[in-house]
Design a protein around this ligand. Structure first.
Ligand code: ADP
Ligand code: MG
Length: 256
């Protein structure tokens, strides 16, 4: 049975998509079977996995509206070594269309049950909001990975997410927990970042992943080549960090 993780943080630009595609590629590199699901209508994780969102006939939108199965809508990214359930602008409409339907927050969970046995990991890239789309992700996940930058307001922004996760845990998904906080875009030369990083560890203890993702230009360049940094330049510092993170995740799920 696959372990399912959402990469979530209601802030935009904090590294969710970068984390999702690079962790997926890192896990694939260490021999894990991975499905990456793009739940953001921007489709960045889709494009960043070498899949052209404009060419997709079926996407996660069709799965949420039950007009396609995951097996029908997923595509293989050969370059990246994992499967992709993609998204494009069409997904923005799902928010409204789902309002009318039953079990609207459980659509993805039900759909995933059919392919669960084919993967070790399912990673879900969430949009920068606590919307019905994110809720669908949280309802099917075992855990949430929260990428965060070590900045002054980092902790403050976490409160809403933590509250949402508590509510989903209480009402919809007993399995859900925060697996960990991932420090991303880290620059040790910036004193404030080192301080916030220490605060995070004091506050959250072993909920903070050991791996730290450095700010690295190769990670930022990779999406324009339609690749995760781990595939684009595997020897770069950023890629190496994500491969280490993949190994840390494999270790963590052994204990789950
Ligand atoms: P989100 O999905 O949360 O909106 P992204 O993953 O798209 O965030 O990242 C926002 C921007 O920061 C992107 O341009 C991305 O390439 C860049 N970025 C993310 N992580 C790193 C990193 N570790 N080093 C350098 N640039 C990064
Ligand atoms: Mg994103």
């Amino acid at each position: 049975m696959a372990k399912i993780f959402c990469v979530a943080n209601q802030k935009g630009g904090v590294g969710k998509t970068t984390t999702t595609v690079n962790l997926a590629a890192g896990l694939a590199k260490v021999g894990q079977r991975v499905l990456m699901i793009d739940l953001d209508p921007q489709g960045n994780a889709t494009m960043g996995s070498g899949v052209d969102k404009r060419q997709l006939e079926l996407t996660v939108y069709d799965v949420l509206l039950e007009s396609a199965s995951v097996a029908e809508a997923r595509v293989r990214s050969e370059k990246c070594g994992y499967d992709v359930l993609g998204a494009n602008r069409e997904l923005a409409g799902a928010e409204v269309e789902l309002v009318e339907v039953e079990r609207r927050e459980r659509r993805l969970k039900l759909a995933l049950a059919e392919v669960d046995a084919q993967y070790d990991f399912v990673l879900i890239d969430c949009p920068p909001s606590l919307s019905m789309l994110t809720l669908n992700g949280l309802c099917c996940a075992h855990g949430v990975i929260v990428p965060m930058q070590c900045e002054y307001f980092a902790l403050e922004g976490l409160t809403d997410l933590v509250n949402t996760i508590k509510q989903v845990h209480a009402n919809l998904n007993k399995d859900l927990q925060i697996i960990g906080l991932l420090r991303v875009m880290f620059d040790p030369r910036i004193t404030l970042q080192t301080q916030v990083s220490e605060q995070l560890k004091e506050h959250f203890g072993d909920k903070v992943f050991n791996t730290v993702i450095p700010r690295n230009v190769r990670l930022a360049e990779a999406p324009s080549y339609g690749l995760p940094g781990v595939v684009f330049d595997p020897s770069s510092k950023g890629a190496q960090a994500f491969i280490a993170f993949a190994e840390e995740m494999v270790e963590r799920i052994r204990k789950m």
